[in-house]
Design a protein around this ligand. Structure first.
Ligand SMILES: [Zn+2]
Length: 272
């Protein structure tokens, strides 16, 4: 009897410890104003504490991503944001100086994606975004676009073989997201900075239908767009595990980490 209890205890502990679902976070920024508030070592510790297996990281400017790669090369998957400062988000499409900045970084470091960038409608046809798409093609990189459906369509017209990660699922309704996923087999969608799909720890009927139709195309993301959001990373991971538990286990695992791992997890940063 004592032996049986002991055995259960020994078997039970690792089972409980292993119950935490790993998370691949597809939407992390480590931008210039975060470096002092949350130093690189602390940022890496936050990711580990949150059970983040992998994080797709882009920063304004890219030095932030390189600082995090140095601290957590096993977790951080680098993507190149075409911004030198946060303010570039609203001006980059018309700023020719973005192009040499991006070209220089691409020569120096290895990335899996260019993004996350903000691009809407016909702005996708401007010379700077078009050049960025060309560079993505040349280097074989995904695009991570905070865009409306129109800009996503324009990106696919410029680069039909592109792999595009649609940031925030375009802040579109689940029906519209499903339409786009049906139309484009190389489109994935992150759920960063949205909460209605898992409000109260339950998955709404509309989102459930989207997740069950496309279990291989969604992934979670925190979006640390301001430094304070870094302290929210563990809570966001825990919240994600909560609503994911309302889905079939295999679908939950895919959205939590397997989809991100399949799309960009195998790519490792090059050491200089
Ligand atoms: Zn973002």
């Amino acid at each position: 009897m004592i032996l049986a209890v002991l055995l259960l205890f020994l078997l039970g502990v690792p089972a409980v410890a292993g119950a935490q679902l790993p998370i691949v976070d597809a939407h992390i920024h480590y931008s210039h104003d975060a470096w002092d508030v949350v130093p690189p070592k602390e940022a890496a510790a936050i990711l580990r504490k949150a059970g983040i297996k992998r994080a797709l990281v882009s920063s304004s400017n890219d030095e932030g991503t390189q600082k995090l790669v140095a601290e957590a090369p096993d977790i951080v998957v680098p993507e190149l944001r075409p911004y030198r400062l946060r303010g570039d988000a609203s001006t980059w499409t018309r700023d020719p100086a973005i192009v040499p900045y991006v070209e220089e970084r691409l020569r120096r470091y290895t990335y899996v994606a260019i993004g996350e960038f903000h691009l809407f409608g016909a702005d996708a046809e401007l010379p700077v975004p078009k050049r960025i798409v060309e560079l993505a093609r040349q280097y074989g990189l995904m695009l991570h676009a905070h865009s409306d459906a129109d800009a996503i369509e324009r990106l696919f017209r410029q680069y039909p073989e592109a792999k595009i990660l649609w940031a925030h699922s375009g802040f579109e309704a689940p029906e519209r997201v499903r339409d786009m996923l049906r139309k484009h087999k190389n489109l994935w969608a992150d759920l960063a900075f949205r909460s209605e799909h898992g409000a109260g720890g339950k998955v709404s009927a509309e989102w459930r239908a989207a997740f069950l139709e496309f279990p291989d195309r969604f992934m979670v993301g925190t979006d640390t767009f301001v430094p304070e959001r870094w302290h929210y990373v563990p809570e966001h991971a825990a919240w994600s595990r909560g609503w994911l538990a309302d889905l079939p286990a295999d679908v939950a695992e895919r959205i939590a980490w397997k989809n991100g791992e399949a799309l960009f997890g195998g790519a490792r940063p090059k050491t200089r």
